[in-house]
Ligand binder design. Structure first.
Ligand SMILES: C[S@@+](CC[C@H](N)C(=O)[O-])C[C@H]1O[C@@H](n2cnc3c(N)ncnc32)[C@H](O)[C@@H]1O
Length: 214
């Protein structure tokens, strides 16, 4: 994490629902949750939860949710929106050093977070650490792209990722059954000057920790 990234998201927190709606559609979370097969009564962590895009859909489905965020202002937004839901647990922390016990959750979701973290490899390893046996990690992020205005204007740290790299990182973190699929969704954005537009494909990556024989 850098103060730069955290202060950017602190500043944009109150507008994030509106801003992010322009970037990607609700179909992203519906497809991510359906692929995972998340069911009521199970436990999930939403890493880099922002103002609660994924968290909201998990709570609606009846899951217990741990929302982890670096930005205190984003966490305030989540608490304001869902504080009456007893299934929600908000924690301030970093993707590379998650404030969650080992093996604590059935699912980990990270939507549009990986391209913001300093070390995607460390973040993936942490997400896998907090999964229980049989648990599933679902990451939705950007394909590799060439739009540098996203770095300059939105504090992106990585210009998307090669699918082969992410597959390798998942497997190195000991996930089995790794699949990388096109979501059929894109992330759209226009530069401040209006002279450049990005429409970047969003692949969905998921992998499971396979249940070990007792
Ligand atoms: C593009 S937003 C996505 C927010 C949310 N997942 C969504 O789908 O709307 C990225 C979020 O990740 C958070 N973030 C960035 N780097 C992080 C890190 N190292 N640890 C935890 N959260 C981080 C930011 O504060 C921001 O809220």
């Amino acid at each position: 994490m850098t103060t730069d990234s955290r202060s950017y998201f602190d500043q944009i927190a109150d507008r994030w629902d509106e801003v992010s709606r322009g970037f990607f559609s609700e179909a992203v979370r519906e497809k991510a949750l359906s692929l995972a097969g998340a069911r009521a009564g199970e436990t999930a962590a939403d890493i880099g939860a922002g103002s609660g895009f994924i968290t909201e859909a998990l709570l609606v489905r009846g899951l217990q949710v741990i929302a982890v965020e670096q930005s205190r202002q984003m966490l305030r937004r989540i608490r304001d929106k869902f504080s009456d839901n007893p299934g929600l647990d908000c924690r301030q922390g970093e993707a590379e050093n998650l404030p969650v016990d080992t093996g604590a959750v059935d699912y980990v979701f990270a939507n549009m977070v990986l391209h913001h973290v300093e070390s995607p490899v460390k973040a993936i390893a942490e997400m896998v650490r907090i999964l229980n046996r049989g648990g599933t990690l679902v990451v939705t992020d950007l394909d590799e792209h060439g739009h540098s205005f996203l770095v300059e204007e939105h504090r992106d740290r990585w210009m998307g990722f090669k699918r082969t790299d992410v597959k390798r990182w998942f497997e190195a973190a000991d996930l089995k059954n790794v699949s990388i699929e096109g979501l059929g969704e894109t992330c759209s954005s226009e530069s401040a000057g209006g002279n450049e537009a990005a429409d970047i494909r969003i692949p969905l990556r998921d992998g499971r920790i396979v249940q070990e024989a007792p």
